[in-house]
Design a protein around this ligand. Structure first.
Ligand SMILES: CC(=O)N[C@H]1[C@@H](O[C@@H]2[C@H](O)[C@H](OP(=O)(O)O)[C@@H](O)[C@H](O)[C@H]2O)O[C@H](CO)[C@@H](O)[C@@H]1O
Ligand SMILES: O=c1ccn([C@@H]2O[C@H](COP(=O)(O)OP(=O)(O)O)[C@@H](O)[C@H]2O)c(=O)[nH]1
Length: 435
């Protein structure tokens, strides 16, 4: 059944440039799931904060998704840690918007805790039910970041309220589900595990030599890739330290490419994390072997993933982690930290290897295993392609989310459809692990 959906993503616009501190997987998730829901015939409007004065009040994307820029706070970039104070204004706009449109929305889908707060207020004012994907949980962030976490303390109470008032909560991997149950006392009947995905129009296997040629990279010699937001919790320093050990103790003359940052140029002034990482590379004696590329657009990423022999991702924690999927979709094996979604998506010993976070020695050992056995690594890559294609496309993710909406709307009308949990979706099933 075609539904009218109101999506909210206060800080992460589907139209933003990615790779900076506040623009990453959530932006991709919102853009891709909304796009596939629209392609399936649903009407999707997305509310996101107006962060530039020259943005139009609404944009209809080529995919048929409408993005509405909500005036809440100054029309300029504001760190997400400083946005909560503007959420009252955002919620008032959202409620007026929902009412103005003749109460036309069937369901709200909130992304991140501040949007969840807005969804709670919309539900209170209009009765429209909501589903929430948190993308990141405040209590988990606190455990890993301690004093460096500058979100207001109220975040935790807002998340607890949202977990209690939401009609369904989407966990992105078994670890995320466990965190919701243990730290937020979520009702297990309300939590559904649906992963993230990748899109065939963006990612797939291409010839490595071709990709290297297009990027101006040497045809020979091992390349390790790191790609993502440039923030300390992504553990890029650990990858640099792993590279140093790979080169010194194991004699593998690999290069590391680091893609991501606030701008296309790898500018430490715009992206302080790049400055810190440069210092780490110097201390480790590998400054000449590390290339900071800067952020890259969606159409350019396939070449980077395909040019690399191995993709490395060793964050401290990861609610899902889309980049390992993208790498595997391009046939590049992954060495990833055994945390969060990565430990569910990377099959240890088959599509890559899992290593402890904060452990450059373990990372170096696994990089050496893959780089020392090119034929074996190619087989890992082939298995990776099959693995992710069978389980993690945005199309199938959007299908599972759409099924979940029907359960909610069934519950809402008191029909049998919503009496229990969603029949285990393809997505949830596959997270239980590869066959
Ligand atoms: C580290 C993390 O939480 N990554 C998730 C998440 O991504 C971003 C996260 O929510 C950021 O918050 P934080 O600073 O606490 O890390 C937000 O600023 C970003 O907008 C999110 O993109 O969501 C991704 C998609 O669900 C997930 O794959 C990733 O693991
Ligand atoms: O220069 C960049 C760096 C990152 N990304 C994208 O940002 C997303 C990051 O998502 P992930 O879940 O890995 O991490 P998050 O940033 O959400 O913590 C992935 O789709 C990347 O391809 C991008 O498009 N360009």
């Amino acid at each position: 059944m075609k539904r009218r959906l109101l999506w909210i993503s206060e800080h992460a616009s589907p139209l933003a440039t990615l790779g900076g501190a506040d623009s990453g997987g959530q932006n991709v998730y919102v853009a891709q799931v909304a796009r596939h829901l629209a392609a399936a015939g649903h009407e999707v409007d997305i509310l996101t904060r107006r962060d530039a004065a020259d943005l139009p009040s609404a944009v209809l994307s080529a995919d048929g998704v409408r993005v509405v820029h909500v005036p809440a706070g100054p029309p300029e970039p504001v760190r997400k840690e400083d946005l909560l104070g503007y959420m009252g204004e955002f919620a008032e706009f959202a409620i007026r918007h929902a009412r103005r449109r003749g109460g036309k929305y069937d369901l709200v889908h909130a992304n991140f805790f501040m949007s969840a707060l807005v969804a709670c207020e919309i539900k209170r004012a209009t009765g429209v039910p909501f589903v929430v994907t948190f993308h990141a949980l405040g209590k988990v962030r606190r455990v890993h970041q301690g004093g460096a976490d500058s979100f207001p303390q109220e975040r935790l109470a807002i998340e607890e309220r949202a977990v209690a008032e939401a009609d369904r909560v989407i966990a992105e991997c078994p670890q995320d589900e466990q965190d919701l149950l243990e730290h937020y006392r979520a009702d297990p009947r309300k939590v559904e595990t649906i992963p993230c995905g990748f899109d065939h129009s963006e990612f797939g296997p291409i010839d490595r030599a071709e990709a290297r040629r297009r990027l101006g990279l040497p045809a020979d010699g091992p390349i390790v890739l790191q790609l993502g937001r440039m923030v300390p919790r992504k553990g890029v320093d650990n990858v640099i330290r792993g590279l140093a050990r790979l080169r010194s103790s194991r004699g593998v003359a690999a290069r590391l490419l680091v893609v991501g940052g606030e701008s296309r140029e790898p500018d430490p002034a715009a992206t302080p994390e790049i400055g810190r990482l440069l210092e780490v590379a110097r201390e480790e004696g590998v400054a000449d072997a590390v290339t900071f590329v800067g952020s890259r657009g969606r159409r350019e990423l396939r070449d980077y993933y395909a040019a690399a022999d191995v993709f490395a991702s060793t964050p401290w924690y990861e609610p899902f982690g889309i980049t390992p999927l993208e790498a595997m979709a391009c046939g590049t094996p992954v060495v990833g930290a055994a945390v969060g979604g990565i430990k569910a998506t990377v099959v240890d010993g088959e599509t890559g290897y899992l290593v402890p976070p904060h452990d450059p020695e373990a990372l170096a050992a696994r990089l050496a295993d893959l780089l020392g056995d090119p034929a074996g690594a190619r087989e890992f890559g082939r298995r990776a392609i099959r693995h992710v294609n069978a389980r993690y496309t945005w199309r199938s993710v959007a299908g599972s989310i759409s099924d979940l909406y029907e359960v909610v709307l069934g519950t809402h009308r008191g029909t049998r459809a919503g009496a229990g949990r969603l029949a285990r979706s393809t997505a949830a099933r596959v997270l239980a692990h590869p066959g």
